[in-house]
Design a binder for this molecule. Structure first.
Ligand code: HEM
Ligand SMILES: *[C@@H]1O[C@H](CO)[C@@H](O)[C@H](O)[C@H]1NC(C)=O
Ligand SMILES: *[C@@H]1O[C@H](CO)[C@@H](O)[C@H](O)[C@H]1NC(C)=O
Ligand SMILES: *[C@@H]1O[C@H](CO)[C@@H](O)[C@H](O)[C@H]1NC(C)=O
Ligand SMILES: *[C@@H]1O[C@H](CO)[C@@H](O)[C@H](O)[C@H]1NC(C)=O
Ligand SMILES: *[C@@H]1O[C@H](CO)[C@@H](O)[C@H](O)[C@H]1NC(C)=O
Ligand SMILES: *[C@@H]1O[C@H](CO)[C@@H](O)[C@H](O)[C@H]1NC(C)=O
Ligand SMILES: *[C@@H]1O[C@H](CO)[C@@H](O)[C@H](O)[C@H]1NC(C)=O
Ligand SMILES: *[C@@H]1O[C@H](CO)[C@@H](O)[C@H](O)[C@H]1NC(C)=O
Ligand SMILES: *[C@@H]1O[C@H](CO)[C@@H](O)[C@H](O)[C@H]1NC(C)=O
Length: 356
């Protein structure tokens, strides 16, 4: 019998902590806050929309009070936006490969429809208060920040001033930039390394899986025809009940210990071989990332610091600034609503407002 099965979930963190006091494996140190990307700043909307952050946080408090699951949807939306052609709101455009018009979406990439509606509603509230000065990509980044904080995670300030892109992400670009849940650690380190993320960043960002749900099809390859040997037997037995066939349409929580709380229990799951995806569990199997997982499992403060640093890095990937792109009047479509018209040919009204 696997050792993990002997311990009730609630006793495991203490057990691991005691175990680690006798080993000297903690190597991860305090993370630096990444500098703002050129064109972004912490005071970007100070005069043009001082109410921005309070409007977003107040609305999301209401949204999460009735359904905390939406926090996970918003966090994942920001991740998909940033990884595919930069944080430019491209994921929000109708026609984008992962939504909101989902016809083209690879099934394993589907984002929550409600996340798009929440962002568009926030845009409406913000633009009603301040005019069309705040981009959909900034709103998405702030919503993800508040999703983490309002789920019990760390708070952090975000450099702002992103502009919205004019082209949506194609299916190919989406698939090429988002690693699949079947990826091993080598694939993750390579893929995220190309975007400038260190192994510590990769492990920290994967901690986003401490909240939210997954569809069975994202991991049933680990259940059928036989158990992935790196998966805990009891966890496997339970997942087979939730997902009785390889094509089951059911969903399950990703962090079984505290599915709706942004804490470090995801790493405790991994140490107990209860990670849902290969891309999660392999972080503990692989010797290059194992000690990072362990250090986050025993020290939540350390996880929070490294998560915040990696999130600020992610939130600044290939951003559009200054006069690039536009400030969309509707997050799901370009202002011109015609992908074949060049940005310079937009009507004067749009151009004036968008040049803030
Ligand atoms: C590193 C590679 C990553 C892979 C392979 C991956 C894969 C996945 C998959 C397959 C799902 C479940 C989709 C479904 O079946 O419904 C998922 C959900 C999720 N992912 Fe990731 N992900 C990765 C990184 C991230 C990052 C960096 C974040 C944010 C920091 C994140 C946040 C989330 C959240 C919050 C959910 C739950 C969404 C919901 O409940 O609607 N993921 N991820
Ligand atoms: C998205 O765009 C397509 C093609 O332009 C259009 O047929 C569809 O109605 C749009 N969807 C929404 C929700 O506007
Ligand atoms: C969270 O951080 C932001 C940005 O620094 C700050 O404006 C806000 O007051 C903080 N919220 C709380 C509740 O601490
Ligand atoms: C997308 O990728 C597929 C397979 O890799 C390739 O056959 C196809 O030509 C690509 N399409 C575009 C538009 O790049
Ligand atoms: C999606 O699932 C298909 C088959 O189920 C798989 O071939 C593909 O790699 C997956 N893609 C992603 C991005 O998860
Ligand atoms: C990781 O996955 C890649 C791509 O599937 C494969 O080529 C490689 O051998 C795997 N590496 C390890 C260490 O399993
Ligand atoms: C979905 O999962 C629940 C348990 O979480 C299970 O009772 C139910 O039978 C499953 N439904 C299907 C269609 O697999
Ligand atoms: C799922 O797979 C089973 C067995 O292969 C098959 O009978 C069933 O039609 C499939 N269901 C769907 C929704 O594809
Ligand atoms: C946990 O990490 C924090 C932040 O790096 C550090 O200050 C603290 O000393 C660590 N705590 C333990 C018990 O190692
Ligand atoms: C935003 O655009 C979508 C089409 O992409 C449309 O369905 C929706 O009604 C528009 N919203 C507003 C407020 O104009």
């Amino acid at each position: 019998m696997a050792m993990a099965n002997i311990f009730k979930a609630s006793t495991i963190p203490t057990f691991i902590f005691l175990l680690l006091l006798s080993c000297n494996t903690i190597i991860i140190s305090h993370a630096q806050t990444p500098a703002p990307a050129p064109g972004l700043s912490y005071t970007f909307y100070r005069t043009t929309c001082p109410q921005l952050e309070s409007i977003i946080q107040q609305n999301l408090r209401t949204v999460f009070a009735s359904d905390i699951g939406q926090a996970a949807g918003l966090l994942r939306l920001h991740f998909h936006d940033c990884f595919v052609q930069g944080c430019d709101g491209s994921v929000l455009l109708n026609g984008s490969a992962s939504g909101p018009s989902e016809q083209d979406a690879p099934p394993n990439l589907t984002l929550r429809a409600q996340a798009f509606a929440i962002i568009e509603n926030l845009r409406r509230l913000v633009h009603n208060a301040c005019g069309r000065v705040v981009s959909c990509s900034d709103i998405t980044a702030l919503a993800a920040r508040d999703a983490v904080f309002l789920s019990g995670g760390p708070n952090y300030s975000l450099p702002l001033g992103r502009r919205d892109g004019l082209t949506f992400a194609t299916r190919n670009a989406t698939l090429a930039n988002l690693p699949p849940p079947t990826a091993n650690t080598s694939t993750l380190l390579n893929s995220l390394g190309q975007k400038g993320f260190t192994p510590t960043d990769v492990v920290a960002l994967s901690g986003g899986h401490t909240i939210g749900i997954s569809h069975c099809t994202s991991f049933t390859g680990r259940l059928y025809p036989t158990r992935d040997p790196t998966m805990d037997q009891t966890f496997f037995n339970n997942l087979r009940i939730t997902c009785p066939a390889i094509n089951s349409t059911n969903t399950t929580f990703m962090d079984i210990r505290s599915p709706n709380v942004f804490d470090n229990r995801y790493y405790v799951d991994l140490m107990n071989r209860q990670g849902l995806f290969t891309s999660d569990q392999d972080l503990y199997t692989d010797s290059r990332t194992r000690s990072i997982v362990t250090s986050f499992a025993v020290n939540q403060t350390l996880f929070y610091q490294n998560f915040v640093s990696a999130m600020i890095k992610m939130a600044q990937l290939s951003v559009l600034t200054g006069t690039q792109g536009e400030i969309r009047a509707n997050c799901s479509r370009r202002n011109s609503n015609d992908l074949f018209i060049l940005p310079t040919m937009e009507n004067d009204q749009d151009e004036k407002l968008a040049s803030y």
